[in-house]
Design a protein around this ligand. Structure first.
Ligand code: FES
Ligand SMILES: [Fe+2]
Length: 396
């Protein structure tokens, strides 16, 4: 039976050609295919587990990746350690314990249950013995680039680490991290939300008083892409500005330039009168059904007020992430998408890359304008995908 793939609300369906004909276009969902494609965590990707500033010295910090929990800790020398979080004695969470510093300024993590100490290699010293054991835990491999803590989750790398954060770190001042949030959603749903250019005036409307989104350009370079759009904002009263000080710096038109690194980063490059900033959104598949996101903010001041506003900017970013997380919790994930809006090219880009990972395939989705009278018929690599005809009929 011939099969072809189509996309519904971020979910894959397989349409059996002949059966679809018999059922006059009714869409059949093959749940095995759904599992295979959409319940993927894109193993082989480098994920940014944390910025060093997120770890306090000698304080355990829990992270999750691919369904496994780990404990990270930073010692006095700035070294980062990472071990599986389950104590090999009786399974207590090491992240609930504490750290002990050693004379050489390295440190160990101490289990909260029976106080066994583990060094960064996973070795311990048993009570009554003065001898270090062999490693009892396999450390999580980390790649540290300056303040950035990356990991492939001990999987074989399929993608190199993007250099963009090193470039931003060299050019900008680090403002801070915010909004470390674990959302009950799969990785794909999170990515679709973050590459959906139509949700600004819905999900984020209360924050910036955005009225509409005028899409300009999408530049597709495989796993790297740029998006440009403008967002006119509502004129707000002084009272509204006082209750939300960020509005003092929101221009009449927000000119957005997003730089996307599939699948782990989205960078919002922003310019305001008093400076410019790079707002980096990070995504990490904690498990098949939980995805973590947080943001790092970098700024370049043109005016002393910019420095005074740093906390306010961070608060705004936090609110943005909370709004995204909130809507992700309020979506029925299996709803068939009967309507396609303009400017869903970012989501097309996510789906194309997600489905074919780690291969980069045609079509190239670069476009100069959003003026598309019909949703495009898109061929994704070896598969042929199309939007069902009822979708076309509902589109302008
Ligand atoms: S469970 Fe960790 S020391 Fe016993
Ligand atoms: Fe958003």
């Amino acid at each position: 039976m011939e099969t072809r793939k189509s996309f519904n609300s971020g979910r894959a369906v397989v349409i059996g050609g002949s059966i679809a004909g018999l059922l006059a276009g009714r869409v059949l969902i093959n749940y095995f295919d759904y599992e295979e494609i959409y319940m993927s965590m894109l193993e082989g990707t480098p994920w940014l587990l944390a910025h060093k500033s997120m770890l306090q010295v000698n304080k355990p910090f829990k992270v999750s990746l691919y369904g496994n929990d780990y404990v990270l800790w930073k010692d006095d020398l700035g070294n980062i350690n990472a071990l599986p979080n389950a104590c090999p004695h009786m399974g207590a969470m090491l992240s609930e314990g504490w750290c002990e510093a050693r004379a050489d300024k390295t440190s160990v993590v101490v289990c909260p249950f029976h106080a066994l100490e583990f060094d960064g290699e996973g070795c311990t010293v048993l009570p009554g013995s003065k001898k270090k054991t062999l490693p009892q835990l396999e450390p999580l491999e980390l790649i540290i680039q300056g303040d950035f803590i990356w990991s492939y989750g001990n999987h074989e790398p399929k993608q190199s680490i993007p250099n963009i954060l090193n470039e931003i770190g060299a050019e900008y001042e680090f403002v801070g991290h915010t909004a470390d949030t674990s959302v009950e959603t799969d990785l794909l749903s999170m990515l679709l939300n973050m590459h959906d250019y139509n949700h600004q005036n819905g999900t984020h409307r209360p924050m910036f008083q955005i009225q509409e989104v005028n899409f300009h350009k999408f530049i597709d370079n495989g796993y790297h892409s740029h998006t440009f759009y403008d967002m006119p904002t509502k004129v707000v009263s002084l009272k509204e500005k006082i209750s939300n000080p960020t509005l003092f710096f929101v221009p009449k038109v927000i000119k957005a330039h997003l730089e996307n690194y599939f699948p782990s980063l989205v960078i919002f490059h922003g310019n305001v009168d008093i400076g410019k900033f790079a707002q980096v959104h990070i995504f990490i598949p904690e498990s098949l059904t939980r995805t973590r996101t947080y943001a790092l903010l970098f700024g370049l001041s043109k005016n002393p007020i910019f420095n005074l506003m740093k906390n306010s900017f961070l608060d705004s970013v936090k609110t943005v992430v909370e709004q995204d997380s909130d809507i992700l919790r309020k979506i029925y994930p299996n709803t068939p998408q009967k309507i396609r809006l303009n400017n869903e090219v970012g989501m097309d880009w996510v789906r194309r890359n997600f489905e074919n990972y780690p291969q980069i395939v045609e079509p190239n989705l670069s476009k100069l304008s959003h003026e598309s009278p019909q949703p495009p018929l898109i061929s994704y690599g070896v598969h042929t995908s199309s939007y069902p005809s009822y979708i076309s009929s509902l589109c302008p």
